[in-house]
Write a protein that binds this ligand. Structure first.
Ligand code: HEC
Length: 214
C-alpha cells in the first residue's frame, strides 16, 4: 500500500492526503463516551437565534404587512403583529394545569345543569367574592348589584343582578358561571381576569347581594 502510495503522482497524492485528513478531522468529532459533543462545524442549528417573548423578532417581519396583524412567518401567527416574538398558541393548545372549558357559549342550559358551585359560602369565600366583584363587576352592575354602576349613564341597560326586579334571582350558579366565563352580547367574558375559584366566589357574593336586596 505505502509503496504504491509513494509511487503516486503529486496530484493523486494531494487528493489522497486531503481525503485522509478530512476523514481524520471528521472522525475526531466522534465521541463514544457520549458526554461531550465533539467538534462542531456548522453552528447554526446549535446557536439558533432565541428571542424572548417581549423582544422584537425580526423573522416575523419577513412577510409584507397587508394591514391585518394575522399571518406572519408562513403558518405561524404572531400575536403582536409583525416584529413581535409573541406567538399565538396553536389551536387546541391546553395550558398546563388547566381544564379546557368545553361548554359552547350559547348553551346556558348545559352550564346550568352540569356545573355546581364547589365552594361553601364561608367568610373567606364571600370576602374574596366581594373583592373580585367590586373589582370587575361593580363598575357596571353596581356595588349592591342594582345595575347602577358608575358607567351606567354612558352604558345603557345594564341588568340588575339583585333587587326584586332582577331576572338573575332564579339563575342557577352554573348559569352565572357561564356568563362570567364566556360572556353574552355586550357583557364581555371575565375568564382571563378571574380564576374559576374566584368566579364561584363572586357567585356566592352575588347570592348574598340578592338576599340583602329582598
Ligand atoms: C362593562 C359592563 C359590565 C361589566 C364590567 C360586567 N357586566 Fe355583566 N352584564 C353587562 C351587560 C350589558 C349585560 C347584559 C348582556 C346582554 O345583553 O345579554 C350583563 C349581563 C350580566 C348577567 C345576566 C343578567 C340578565 O339579567 O340576563 C349576569 C349574571 C352578569 N352580567 C354578571 C356579571 C358579573 C359577575 C360580572 C363581573 C365578573 C359582570 N357581569 C361584569 C355588563 C357588564
Amino acid at each position: 500500500m505505502i509503496e504504491k502510495a509513494t509511487n503516486m503522482n503529486p496530484v493523486s497524492r494531494i487528493i489522497t492526503l486531503t481525503i485522509t485528513s478530512a476523514l481524520l478531522v471528521f472522525l475526531a468529532q466522534c465521541n463514544f463516551a457520549g458526554n461531550e459533543s465533539g467538534i462542531h462545524f456548522f453552528l447554526d442549528m446549535h446557536d439558533s437565534p432565541a428571542v424572548e417573548s417581549q423582544e422584537e423578532d425580526p423573522s416575523t417581519l419577513d412577510e409584507i404587512y397587508t394591514g391585518t396583524y394575522e399571518k406572519t412567518m408562513g403558518s405561524l401567527e404572531s400575536w403582536g403583529g409583525p416584529g413581535s416574538a409573541s406567538r399565538t398558541a396553536p389551536e387546541g393548545t391546553v395550558p398546563r394545569n388547566k381544564d379546557p372549558y368545553l361548554i359552547p357559549a350559547a348553551d346556558f342550559d348545559q352550564a346550568a345543569n352540569e356545573l355546581r358551585n364547589p365552594l361553601r359560602p364561608t367568610k373567606e369565600v364571600l370576602e374574596l367574592g366581594q373583592k373580585k366583584y367590586n373589582t370587575y363587576c361593580a363598575v357596571c352592575h353596581g356595588n349592591t348589584g342594582m345595575g347602577d354602576g358608575p358607567v351606567t349613564p354612558r352604558f345603557a341597560d345594564i341588568p340588575a343582578l339583585a333587587g326584586p326586579e332582577s331576572l338573575v334571582l332564579n339563575w342557577e350558579d352554573g348559569r352565572i358561571f357561564h356568563i362570567i366565563t364566556v360572556g353574552r352580547a355586550r357583557m364581555r367574558p371575565y375568564a382571563a381576569q378571574t380564576t374559576e375559584e374566584e368566579r364561584w366566589a363572586i357567585i356566592h357574593y352575588i347570592n348574598l347581594l340578592q338576599k340583602q336586596g329582598q
